[in-house]
Ligand binder design. Structure first.
Ligand code: NAI
Length: 293
């Protein structure tokens, strides 16, 4: 397969900018596109600040920081993806929207361009069904924050060509990440095996056995996780993770292990969605996490 030199990233939110960061740091050219031009501008500014901080800490030379930013180009239309050997999608978690995007991308890119989805919960096979060339479609599921979570799931849909996943596994290593190959089942590996911690944590809280902070402390200190379930939900934000929970539950035909909780439904409706809103299970003020009174 053609070596991947230029990657397109569609969706300039938390995940898209993280993928752009590790790709540019690995020397790839990045074209970043979002339906919101403001999101692209905000992502580039956030990348500039990230690289500036890394340079201040001595983790990157100033010249490398500048060069990385130079490699990230703002795309103003989907047609700007035409020269990419790979396009990674990190947009809203909706099958219809992703399918429309993939079909549109096929009209823009070359026949051997790989199309990858960062979806957390949707079927790669179902996304690929919108494409004329479904063999080029794979899942490339990074975790938040992308630069720190150094694992990526490479998901083969039923029609994905194995060499496409192989190429993405090689690319993951170039970007400093460990690829893990997964089959196209709801939640893949992490959101299948790990989802139980969220749903059980929510049940413990719902039954008033312990507070959110107590559950988090136990999972961190005793079970050795970097974050407890509520800290993780706050980082991901409920507008992203609640639909993922619902989707995995439905796709397993209402399997009780994956049943979401009304706790997240109510909080989502109330806008208490997590860090990015300043309030979730915790309150965030001046960058500090506090337990609400
Ligand atoms: P986000 O809400 O921060 O960013 C999504 C961006 O996509 C927004 O800037 C929005 O304007 C843009 N967008 C929406 N529809 C678009 C379209 N049709 N074309 C171009 N741009 C469009 O979301 P986030 O957190 O970055 O998640 C994106 C994807 O990554 C979702 O599929 C999510 O399930 C997946 N994901 C999220 C993780 C997380 O922890 N946030 C972890 C792993 C995967």
């Amino acid at each position: 397969m053609t070596e991947i030199q230029t990657i397109g990233v569609v969706g300039a939110g938390a995940m898209g900018r993280g993928i752009a960061q590790i790709a540019a740091q690995a020397g790839l050219r990045v074209r970043l596109y979002d339906t919101s031009a403001d999101a692209v501008a905000a992502a580039r500014e956030s990348l500039r600040q990230t690289w500036e901080k890394l340079a201040q800490k001595g983790k990157l030379t100033t010249a490398d920081a500048h060069a990385a930013l130079e490699r990230v180009e703002s795309a103003t239309a989907l047609t700007d993806m035409s020269a990419c050997q790979l396009v990674v999608e990190a947009i809203v978690e909706r099958l219809d929207v992703k399918r429309d995007l993939f079909a549109a991308l096929e009209g823009v890119v070359s026949e051997d361009c790989i199309l990858a989805s960062n979806t957390s919960s949707l079927s790669i096979t179902a996304i690929a069904a919108a494409c004329k060339h479904p063999r080029r479609v794979v899942g490339y599921h990074f975790f938040n924050p992308v630069a720190l979570m150094k694992v990526v799931e490479v998901i083969d849909g039923l029609r994905s060509a194995p060499e496409v996943g192989d190429a993405l596994a090689v690319l993951a290593r170039r970007m400093g990440h460990t690829p893990v190959r997964a089959k196209d089942m709801p939640g893949f590996i992490v959101n299948h095996a790990g989802r139980g911690m969220n749903t059980e944590g929510l049940r413990v809280a719902q039954e008033a056995v312990a507070t959110f902070a107590q559950v988090d402390a136990v999972m961190r200190e005793q079970a050795g996780f970097r974050m407890g379930p509520f800290e993780l939900l706050d980082l991901t934000a409920l507008d992203v993770s609640h639909p993922v929970m619902e989707s995995i539950y439905r796709q397993f035909f209402d399997e009780p292990r994956f049943r979401p909780s009304p706790i997240t439904t109510v909080r989502l409706a109330g806008g208490l969605i997590g860090r990015k809103a300043g309030e979730g299970f915790y309150v965030y003020a001046d960058g500090q996490k506090q337990v609400p009174a």
